[in-house]
Write a protein that binds this ligand. Structure first.
Ligand code: ZN
Ligand code: ZN
Length: 90
């Protein structure tokens, strides 16, 4: 990974979980989720199409994005909407 990409990921992660924020929990420590919407098959993940999610909203809860993308998006908005919020803050 390039240095600039790494710096970008750190900056996004430091914003705190975007799903928690939508239910009024702020600054939850987060990890990086790579957006796949709009990416072709076999295309490499783009390190600039990322959103910050806590481990619960990323992987563990029934409405975590890797458990059920449908449930996650019904609660918190689509990946692309969340990405646009994050991009607006950069
Ligand atoms: Zn969260
Ligand atoms: Zn992910």
């Amino acid at each position: 990974m390039k240095k600039a990409e790494k710096a970008h990921l750190k900056r996004v992660a430091e914003m705190g979980c975007i799903a928690c924020e939508r239910i009024n929990y702020f600054d939850t420590p987060s990890e990086i989720h790579h957006i796949r919407t709009g990416m072709g098959m076999g295309q490499r993940n783009d390190h600039y199409h990322v959103i910050p999610l806590c481990p619960n909203h990323h992987r563990h809860l029934p409405n975590a994005i890797h458990q059920s993308k449908r449930k996650f998006e019904a609660h918190f908005g689509t990946e692309v909407e969340l990405l646009n919020i994050i991009r607006g803050r950069l």
